[in-house]
Design a protein around this ligand. Structure first.
Ligand code: GDP
Length: 506
């Protein structure tokens, strides 16, 4: 048999954390009953343990691992030779495996008892329970993937929309890591020239092209800014966009939420102010996950419970990335509505004129989502001459808002247009380019910001003619920050912290 391939000189070994040779095992499928459950093992003892506990239907235990990447059909047997479960056994020899170690997967029945029984037998034979994310951690430590790819494994698992999944899978291919390594290399080459200059300076050789170096670092900084601009999209994809629905009582906020969700989640009531608790619902809207926060309506509260609701509403408004400001199309925009819009960021807000079904039509019908302004009276105007719209100037502050979307929560009129407006606003009208690398995690964003800050300081130091030693200090810090994102320069404690956020078995 070929000697086991335990990589010793992989790219990530500068972390000083050696690959462990313990064999780990865990249930890798989700808890609860399912058709199939997978118990996974990784490490040097994976195949010997499988040989002890697996009986193929045809042939003997020597078939286990004789051929890599092959499924065997048989049984897992207990200490007394009893059948524990009927399974398929997948044996994958290093290094072409998830962890780059020998990996054995037992595909057993999906019930909790079956999976636990199989796992218990593997542990009895010498495997130890895997820690959260330990399989993926080994893939990283053994140099198969970088840290950004490891993190995207989590994103793939957590993805709740197809768009989020596509972005995460693209990350898994290593797009972000490639981009960051390229930028890091560019900085390293500047550092090399700078350090050569420092070494030679005693010999009075000082022909360093500081301007040239500064512009090279500045170019890297621009690219880092491009990456930082992706952080909002990435967060919107992964966590969802915090969306507040605000408006006076009874304008139809709960009904609108229901229309968006197309099911009865919020309690709709005809008594003003009964939506007292903020409730949170998520929905997919044009590939974007919205986390809707229904609110009690922004107005002076009459009783304690309502005041609490309003305080929460204000908090929701402050933290929201997107605001749906609802008013009653039939009643028109009241002073209270205008008051509510005071201090609300127009760039994050969509005005929603609800109950459009109650606005009398004059034969020509009113298209859902049709752009409309409202007249001096505060009533919606359709610009047909009889009731002509005010010019945007007359609207004062309101002219900063895009025209309202006309909807009826009751009939569903205009809801599709509202969805379009939402995804337009979140993606700022741009098509989401999932092929471009995204900064998917807070850790990646923070380190990119750090690299950018040190990069800018380097440029300033070069331009201001500060001593080379000071310049290289900042440049080094930028290089270290970029290396930490991909895992090229990172301390073992941090690695542990990243992987403990994974689920067990991944
Ligand atoms: P909220 O207090 O803003 O959450 O308002 P609700 O959703 O509880 O709605 C208040 C009342 O307006 C209820 O009687 C709803 O049935 C009614 N309503 C809501 N949306 C519409 C609509 O689009 N058209 C009509 N005709 N009535 C609506």
């Amino acid at each position: 048999m070929a000697p086991r391939a335990i990589p010793t000189s992989e790219p990530h070994m500068e972390t000083s954390q050696k690959p462990t040779v313990e064999t780990i095992a865990a249930i890798s499928t989700a808890g609860g009953a399912g058709a199939i459950g997978i118990v996974r093992m990784s490490g040097p003892q994976a195949v010997p343990i499988a040989k002890q506990v697996f009986r193929p239907i045809r042939g003997g235990a020597d078939r286990v691992g004789a051929e890599s990447h092959r499924l065997l059909y048989g049984h897992i047997v207990g200490a007394a030779g009893e059948y524990v479960d009927e399974v398929l056994l997948a044996v994958m020899r290093a290094p072409a495996t998830y962890t780059r170690e020998d990996v054995v997967e037992v595909h057993c029945h999906g019930g909790p008892a079956a999976q636990r029984a199989v796992l218990a037998i593997l542990l009895q034979k010498g495997a130890r329970p895997a820690e959260p994310g330990e399989f993926t951690k080994r893939a990283f430590l053994n140099g198969r993937i970088d840290l950004t790819q490891a993190e995207s494994v989590s994103s793939v698992i957590r993805a709740r929309t197809t768009t989020a999944l596509r972005a995460a899978v693209r990350q898994l291919e290593g797009g972000l890591g490639d981009r960051l390594r390229d930028l890091r290399r560019q900085l390293v080459s500047v550092l090399a020239e700078l350090e050569a200059g420092i070494d030679f300076s005693e010999e009075d050789i000082d022909d360093l092209d500081r301007e040239g170096l500064a512009s090279r670092v500045a170019r890297v900084c621009r690219q880092l800014e491009g990456l930082l601009a992706t952080a909002f999209t990435a967060r919107a994809l992964e966590e969802g966009v915090r969306t507040a629905i605000v408006g006076r009582p009874n304008v139809g906020k709960s009904s609108l939420l229901n229309a968006l969700l197309m099911r009865e989640r919020a309690i709709v009531s005809e008594i003003p102010g009964t939506t007292r608790d903020t409730i949170e619902e998520t929905l997919e809207c044009g590939g974007i996950l919205l986390r809707l926060v229904d609110t009690a309506g922004l107005r002076e509260g009459r009783d304690h419970v309502e005041v609490l609701g309003i305080e929460r509403s204000r908090a929701a408004l402050d933290s929201a990335d997107l605001i749906l400001a609802v008013f009653d199309a039939a009643e028109g925009l009241s002073g209270e509505d205008r008051h509510l819009l005071d201090g609300v960021d127009p760039a994050r807000t969509i005005l929603v004129a609800n109950k459009i079904d109650l606005v009398p039509t004059r034969g020509d019908g009113l298209a859902g989502g049709e752009a409309a302004w409202w007249g001096k009276s505060g009533r919606l105007s359709r610009g047909d001459g009889a009731n002509s719209a005010d010019s945007p100037e007359d609207l004062g502050e309101l002219s900063q808002f895009a025209p309202p979307i006309l909807v009826s929560a009751t009939t569903g009129h205009g809801i599709d247009e509202l969805r379009d407006a939402v995804s337009q606003l979140v993606l700022e009208g741009k098509d989401l380019d999932l092929e471009e690398p995204l900064l998917a995690t807070e850790r990646q964003r923070r380190l990119t910001e750090e690299a950018h800050r040190h990069g800018e300081q380097t440029v300033r130091a070069l331009e201001e003619g500060l001593p080379d030693e000071l310049v290289s200090e900042d440049l080094r810090a930028a290089i270290v920050a970029l290396g930490a994102i991909t895992g090229e320069s990172i301390v073992p404690d941090l690695i542990d912290e990243i992987f403990t956020r994974f689920c067990i078995g991944k």
